[in-house]
Design a protein around this ligand. Structure first.
Ligand code: NDP
Length: 307
């Protein structure tokens, strides 16, 4: 019989690691599953300027490394593998990595969200061959090339502006004439001489055999088809919660986000959630960290009530 942890935390973004700092410091025996991309979405960004406490900003990777080290100092243990299954049907709660079983009295789900895709076969075929969802990771490969960023939100503006450091030309393509981006970020992108913003265009197909060579666009008003030559396409069309593993275990809403029943507790007693996995409104590092803190306090209180 394996050891029973007080808290199993799934996810290593700001929510999971902040929860771990609190549970570790509260002397709760804590095991955190880091997953395939330790540190979550912040490791794919550059400087974070709006996390309070860093006057000059801090690199996303550094912020996450600091949080990880801080939790480790309080005795939190890590498993650097993806979980494959959970069983929340009774106590102790169980989390699996293949055949390995881990047991916990409580679980904090902090699996975050992953980039949404267009859902085109050509997008899959050319993934990592010119199609990417991370400008910070892949922008470097497009020095003096032509790239397109898909989306009309703040992410698209941010990624588009960032890519002008490398690319010779950046198209930002929004499917409607309404931009979700904040005015200031839209203007910053529009004012950049390397950026051209196209609106009312949907992506009909990503063109190319071994590498991206262009896009087939469809005008969303007239239906007119046109082609645009590009070398790379960056998706910035929002995120979807990472909850597939939990769908038969806890209640999710119609978009797949975890439903919180009482404070941070899910529909299963002892199972809590924090961060982007249960929040489609704020989605900020600092709000996720705050929710991680709340989930750890709720878990601690719940454990005390069971004794
Ligand atoms: P948003 O949900 O704000 O925007 C998503 C964009 O993608 C919309 O323009 C949407 O179009 C479009 N889209 C969605 N699905 C498709 C599709 N299948 N095909 C084509 N286009 C599609 O997501 P963001 O990631 O941009 O931002 C999320 C949150 O993070 C926001 O609150 C934002 O403010 C914040 N953020 C803040 C930043 C900062 O302050 N530095 C930087 C980045 C993000 P439609 O409107 O038609 O649905």
């Amino acid at each position: 019989m394996s050891e029973i942890y007080d808290v199993l935390i799934i996810g290593s973004g700001p929510a999971g690691l902040s929860a771990a700092v609190y549970t570790g410091r509260a002397n709760l025996k804590t095991l955190l599953f880091e997953g395939w991309q330790p540190g979550g979405q912040l490791t794919t960004t550059t400087v974070v300027e709006n996390y309070a406490g860093f006057k000059d900003g801090i690199q996303g990777t550094q912020l996450m490394a600091e949080m990880r080290g801080q939790a480790e100092r309080f005795g939190v243990e890590y498993v650097s593998k993806d979980i494959t299954k959970v069983d929340f049907s009774g106590q102790p709660l169980k989390v699996y990595v293949g055949d390995e079983e881990y047991q916990g009295k409580t679980v904090i789900i902090a699996t975050g969200a992953k980039p949404r895709r267009l859902g085109l076969p050509s997008e899959d075929k050319l993934w990592a061959k010119g199609v990417s969802a991370c400008a910070t990771c892949d922008g470097f490969f497009f020095k003096d090339k032509v790239v397109a960023v898909i989306g009309g939100g703040d992410s698209a503006m941010e990624e588009g502006t960032f890519l002008t450091k490398f690319a010779g030309k950046v198209y930002i393509i929004n499917r409607t004439d309404n931009f979700r981006a904040s005015e200031i970020m839209l203007k910053r992108a529009q004012d950049n001489e390397k950026v051209e913003v196209l609106s009312g265009k949907a992506i009909d197909e990503v063109l190319g055999d071994n590498n991206v060579t262009g896009l087939r666009l469809k005008d969303t008003q007239s239906g007119e088809i046109s082609e645009l030559k590009i070398d790379g396409m960056f998706l910035a069309i929002g995120h979807i919660p990472v909850t597939d593993l939990f769908k038969d275990q806890i209640e999710l809403d119609e978009l797949g986000f975890v439903i919180l029943k009482k404070n941070t507790m899910t529909s299963v007693p002892g199972v809590f959630a924090a961060g982007d996995v249960s929040d489609h409104r704020y989605r900020q590092a600092i709000t996720s960290a705050g929710e991680g803190c709340k989930a750890s306090i709720d878990a601690k209180k719940w454990l005390a009530e069971q004794d």
